[in-house]
Write a protein that binds this ligand. Structure first.
Ligand code: ADE
Length: 224
């Protein structure tokens, strides 16, 4: 899978993409992450990428030309399954969307800034608009990094323990059950006996029951 990120701040992705599982996925060649600086596609003498809104009011709008130039260039090089714009007024990301995206070949993620991008970019290039929650970030970069992370870890082979991603919270519309590791007794705080019993069948039943209980208490909306 290839993910192209279109941004004014490519350095913001250095951290999230250069550690742990996402780093290994790139090294293995399972995913190729390419950041493009939209400013490089401005033909303006001052590398300007934004301008005042025709509607007036405070805040700048990202102009169509540099974004269109970059998208057209990428589309000439390969076919894209989705061109995603990250924006607070998009559809809220969930595990189902991440699952579907993890099966795609090539996707682009466009990050907005200021008051957002010229509506014509959204009307003519964007195939999907995603938000990561009902709050406003300074720009789309952190949202794009969140989306890329949640998608990449679902690509087969990225997480070494094959069953690990399948038992995540949300994967079956249930939250994950509590987990414990050694020591079995920490200052009198004990791990539930059943987990030390060695009875796999009982342990599986306990996990299922705990997942259901946790979901009912914390996220009853998921059970509907
Ligand atoms: N850009 C600013 N806030 C955002 C959010 N919550 N989700 C996606 N993109 C954003």
């Amino acid at each position: 899978m290839r993910i192209d990120i279109l941004t004014l701040f490519p350095e913001m992705f250095q951290g999230p993409f250069s550690e742990s599982i996402i780093k290994r996925a790139q090294e293995k060649g399972t995913v190729e992450l390419v950041c493009h600086n939209i400013r490089d596609y401005s033909t303006n003498k001052h590398k300007k990428v934004d301008d005042y809104a025709f509607s007036g009011g405070a805040g700048m709008v990202m102009q169509i030309e540099p974004i269109a130039r970059l998208i057209e260039k990428l589309k000439e090089e390969r076919e894209y399954d989705e061109i995603i714009y990250v924006t607070p007024d998009g559809q809220t990301l969930n595990q189902g969307i991440s699952n579907k995206l993890s099966l795609k070949g090539n996707i682009m993620i466009l990050c907005g800034h200021y008051k957002g991008v010229d509506q014509r970019v959204r009307d003519h290039y964007i195939t999907m608009e995603l938000s990561i929650g009902d709050y406003v970030l300074t720009g789309g970069e952190l949202a794009a990094a969140v989306i890329a992370d949640s998608v990449i870890r679902l690509i087969p082979g990225v997480i070494s323990d094959e069953t690990s991603a399948l038992t995540d919270s949300f994967q079956d519309n249930l939250l994950a059950p509590p987990v414990y590791t050694r020591p079995a007794d920490y200052n009198g705080w004990k791990v539930p006996d059943i987990l030390l019993s060695g009875d796999n069948k009982k342990i599986e039943a306990w996990k299922e029951e705990q997942a259901y209980k946790r979901t009912k208490e914390r996220r009853p909306d998921l059970l509907k």
